[in-house]
Design a protein around this ligand. Structure first.
Ligand code: M6R
Length: 603
């Protein structure tokens, strides 16, 4: 996820901007840049890779006395992580940094291009600065020009603009991504995506709300929403940096669970249209040539793959095989160029998945990566990539990466179904509607989290956990069990609910904890019978379902969702929170569990 900072004042601008970006490194980035405006001159610097590269480029640059500056770390979503695509982007006399995605950038860009305006980058961001300058060049008053520009933008954004036409002012706007304004009693003003860059500089802050925009100079902040001037309420800034990076959550994993709703919106943005799916990454791809899909992945990404097999076969009507990458490598697989080979990886660096991809490439298969990290080894090797846009994931136990992988694969199954003509328009329309509903399903409800926290104290012992479910809820059971074992170190297994009677039920007694995924829309009665069989053998049952279940020892009620995938995501949240709360009670290091690494680059 990108990070932005801004500064107005007399001190060395470069130091606040670079230090501030350093504090935002935890969000992940692949390029960075700053622009400083002083005495009507703007100096801008950009560099790919680490912030040290930008620091080296700016080593001879100083900017004391009054001036203003903006800075940015970019996590590539539109266009490769190159210097041209790095922010700030500029027009003739103005510079912009932006965090988020401008959903309607294509329309704005085409309109500006038709009027002869040239674009340098592949980003969505560049439209902002050209549109702003277009208004200015037409003679629109500057505040009006900014207001009009912001009102044209659809999507998620935190934006800062500086311009030679107003050399003491930073223009800002915020929607669906964070932006904070800070000040101190030395007359300095600051802007940042999070608290941590502001600590040690600002004393008081305003957390902007969605839809707010305005302008800031050394005297004043003018804040508006829907054309109405807003009152400004400063709060005292807290002072613990690590705590600020976790944005008030106890662990990065917890923060990432809570972020799932907003990152899901980013994953869908610009891809979910009224009644279709747009995946620009696959433009020109001939699905007529493909009669099968094979997917390779590891761990959580493998569970996403298993889930997607149900979607590809049901919605795209295409035969789909899933393989664990480390097994695939040595089985001497028979590979066919009419099979689309997909790899799924959060990091893009997992050695087994990377090697599987190399094998597929060498055999002449068409390859597609579903990945969270642009420019990673897997992305560089695959023919095409769809980025999952989850932002950096710090918790070793993957959460938001999984959610965004599933969303991406669901979109892909609809896209392929549509292209192959195997999905009727009515189904496509209702699936698209269901997809668009997921960000709201992913909001964590305080009452539910609290219930899970209280329940967790009963699940700290026993001789094991069985997570059971059917259909897409079987891979979710696998994923729930993986989450628990990774961070609690308790033995947990995921099982297809219908398979218990073929052996594992022998383990059932009151010390065997069964986490039963009992959705209303998918084989409810069948799953219920399987859970009854376990209950009859005295297993302790924690049922997760929208329907009360009289045999449950514990019960977490879910909502009456209309679509199985909504139930999937709601139950996913519950299993993540349950693992988290059990691990917290056991006193484990949730973000860095023993024996595990975030990215597994060895065999
Ligand atoms: O980066 P990748 O998605 O390729 O990683 C694959 C697995 O190593 C990863 O999902 C692992 O299982 C996580 N720790 C799960 O929480």
């Amino acid at each position: 996820m990108c990070g932005i900072v801004g500064y107005i004042g007399k001190e060395e601008k470069k130091s606040f901007l670079l230090n501030g970006l350093k504090e935002l490194e935890y969000r992940g980035y692949d390029s960075a840049g700053i622009a400083v405006l002083k005495e009507c001159e703007i100096q801008a610097y950009k560099a790919t890779g680490k912030l040290e590269n930008l620091a080296n480029k700016t080593s001879n640059f100083t900017s004391e006395d009054f001036g203003i500056g903006i800075g940015h770390t970019r996590w590539a979503t539109h266009g490769k992580p190159t210097e041209i695509n790095a922010h700030p982007h500029w027009g003739e006399y103005s510079y912009v940094v932006h965090n988020g995605i401008i959903e309607n950038y294509r329309e704005i860009k085409e309109n500006l291009q038709a009027q002869g305006i040239k674009f340098l980058s592949q980003t969505d961001t560049e439209v902002i600065i050209h549109q702003f300058e277009k208004y200015l060049n037409e003679g629109v008053e500057i505040h009006e020009a900014f207001t009009k520009t912001v009102s044209m933008l659809h999507g998620a954004y935190a934006i800062l603009i500086i311009t030679k036409k107003a050399p003491d002012t930073i223009f800002f706007a915020k929607n669906a991504v964070p932006l904070i304004v800070g000040k101190n009693d030395k007359g300095e003003k600051f802007l940042a995506s999070a608290d941590s860059p502001l600590i040690g500089y600002a004393t008081d802050v305003v957390y902007l709300e969605d839809g707010e925009y305005g302008w800031l100079n050394k005297e004043d902040i003018n804040l508006f929403k829907k054309g109405e001037k807003q009152s400004i309420f400063y709060k005292k800034l807290k002072e613990d940096k690590l705590c600020a990076q976790k944005e008030g959550y106890r662990f990065f994993m917890e923060k990432e669970i809570y972020e799932q709703s907003s990152v899901a919106s980013e994953t869908l943005m610009g891809r979910v249209k009224d009644s279709s799916i747009a995946l620009d990454e696959l433009e020109g791809f001939d699905f007529g040539q493909i009669n099968e899909i094979k997917i390779c992945a590891c761990g959580t990404s493998y569970h996403a793959a298993l889930t997607s097999a149900y979607l590809f076969e049901r919605l795209s009507k295409i035969k789909t095989n899933i393989e664990i990458a480390s097994e695939f490598r040595y089985k001497e697989p028979l590979l066919d160029t009419k099979t689309l080979f997909i790899v799924i990886s959060q990091s893009g660096e997992t050695a087994d998945t990377l090697e599987a991809l190399k094998m597929a490439k060498n055999s002449g298969m068409k390859t597609l990566a579903i990945c969270n990290v642009d420019n990673s080894s897997i992305v560089r090797l695959a023919d095409t990539t769809i980025l999952t846009r989850a932002g950096i994931e710090k918790g070793v136990a993957s959460t938001k990466a999984f959610a965004t992988q599933i969303l991406t694969l669901w979109m892909l199954s609809l896209y392929i179904g549509d292209k192959k003509g195997s999905l009727d328009k009515e189904t496509l329309k209702s699936e698209v509607k269901a997809l668009a509903h997921i960000p709201s399903v992913l909001h964590v409800k305080d009452s539910q989290h609290e219930k899970i926290r209280r329940l967790s104290k009963r699940y700290l012992h026993g001789h094991g956990f069985f997570y059971i479910g059917r259909d897409i809820f079987y891979p979710l059971a696998l994923e729930g069990a993986l989450k628990l074992k990774e961070i609690s170190y308790l033995h947990a297994e995921g099982y297809p609910a219908g398979e218990m009677k073929h052996g594992p039920i022998a383990l059932a007694d009151s010390e065997l904890f069964t986490i039963a995924l009992m959705p209303k829309n998918t084989l409810y009665d069948k799953t219920k019978s399987n859970v009854e069989e376990l209950s009859a053998r005295d297993a302790t049952i924690l049922a997760i379902s929208p329907y009360e279940f009289e045999l449950a020892d514990d019960f977490i009620k879910t909502s009456l969702q209309e679509h199985p995938m909504s139930e999937f995501f709601e139950m996913m949240l519950i299993t993540q929170l349950l693992a988290l709360e059990i691990a917290v009670r056991l006193g484990n290091d949730v973000d860095m569990p023993r024996n595990l690494a975030k990215s597994v680059t060895v065999e």
